[in-house]
Ligand binder design. Structure first.
Ligand code: 13P
Length: 340
């Protein structure tokens, strides 16, 4: 393991004013996104869409430190034959790769899932490293409902996350450790706080036992937030205050950085929250974004699969990236949205 290189890469992923673009939608997920905009999910359409994002030079240079790719994308070439990985590198950003194989029901734990993909992971990491990946992502999913999450689901998922992180570092790839507590239910914010606190404490204990170098990893957590269907949803100040309190209680200062998932928050909501969180600083870590939907929602809609819409979609992607880049340093303002 080259520890210095891992640490340098992890720091670059959370560089000031920059965050990560999660463009690693699995085949099923990207099909659902394309269905919503009336585009057929063919290999070429997926390539065209993602190439459009990676060619948004302004966003990539200024605000996107790294891009999480899917297995298909890391092997794909742009229309002109340039590998997409090279496009990302030439724009000054780092290519990364989703390495988990999605979730499956967890035995004897109704309603809960376990993330798969550990078998053979060492070999896949070697190949992804040769293809240019500098970092990886593994997403564990914890749902909140009556009687769940269970101790079993949290421990099993946490153990897999830590095993994955150790394997990545052994192969000089920075792990993004993503334990996502879903915001799909009707739970109140304090339930999200309690569950996220439990999950992160378990994860950092497992990372310790698996000997993971905290300076060479990035944590990708959910914010502490009310369920989407909650009767009363907490306001942005409460989200920011509780998220910061939870992080301070759970995340060792040695961790290279924190990059939130958006998890179904509206585009601007995800920016407002990140901004308020950073305004509660100084914090022990750089705190930024690793958004999928909250960065791509608008550009996807504008693009709608039509070449004549590319410029408008790139403009929207550059705008959202810049807004989140500002939020990552607590300098976003609402009038910047209106001005655009
Ligand atoms: P969202 O920001 O859409 O939640 O996606 C981030 C991600 O990478 C989930 O694994």
């Amino acid at each position: 393991m080259n520890k210095d290189q891992l640490i340098k890469t992890a720091q670059a992923m959370v560089a000031r004013g920059k965050g990560i673009l999660a463009a690693d939608e699995s085949s099923g997920t990207i099909k659902r996104r394309f269905d919503a905009i009336g585009v057929e999910s063919t290999e070429n359409n997926r390539r065209d869409y993602r190439e459009m994002l990676f060619r948004t030079t302004q966003a990539m240079r200024s605000n996107i430190s790294g891009v999480i790719l899917y297995d298909e994308t890391i092997r794909q070439n742009a229309r002109d034959g340039t590998p997409l990985v090279r496009l990302i590198g030439e724009a000054g950003s780092l290519p990364g790769i989703k390495v988990d194989k999605g979730t499956t029901p967890l035995s004897f734990c109704p309603g809960e899932v376990i993330t798969e993909g550990l078998d053979g992971l060492a070999g896949r990491l070697q190949e992804y490293g040769r293809l240019g990946a500098r970092f990886a992502k593994w997403r564990a999913v914890i749902d909140i409902a009556d009687g769940i999450p269970t101790y079993s689901a949290i421990n099993t998922n946490s153990n897999a996350l830590a095993r994955y992180a150790a394997l990545c570092q052994e192969h000089d790839i920075v792990p993004i450790v993503e334990p996502e507590v879903l915001m799909d239910g009707d739970h109140e914010i304090d339930r999200c706080y309690a569950v996220t606190d439990w999950v992160l404490k378990t994860v950092f204990s497992d990372l310790y036992y698996q000997r993971v170098v905290l300076e060479g990893m990035v944590l990708k957590p959910n914010m502490v937030i009310s369920g989407k269907k909650a009767a009363r949803r907490a306001g942005p100040e409460e989200v920011a205050e509780k998220t910061v309190r939870m992080l301070k209680n759970c995340v060792p200062p040695a961790v290279a950085g924190i990059a939130f998932l958006s998890g179904g928050q509206d585009d601007e909501e995800a920016t407002v929250h990140l901004n308020l969180i950073n305004q509660l600083g100084p914090l022990s870590w750089p705190v930024t974004f690793s958004y999928g939907r909250a960065l791509q929602h608008e550009p996807q809609k504008l693009w709608a699969g039509k070449p004549e819409n590319v410029a408008a979609a790139q403009c929207a992607f550059a705008h959202r990236s810049r807004m989140n880049g500002l939020a990552a340093i607590g300098q976003w303002k609402p009038d910047l949205e209106k001005a655009a």
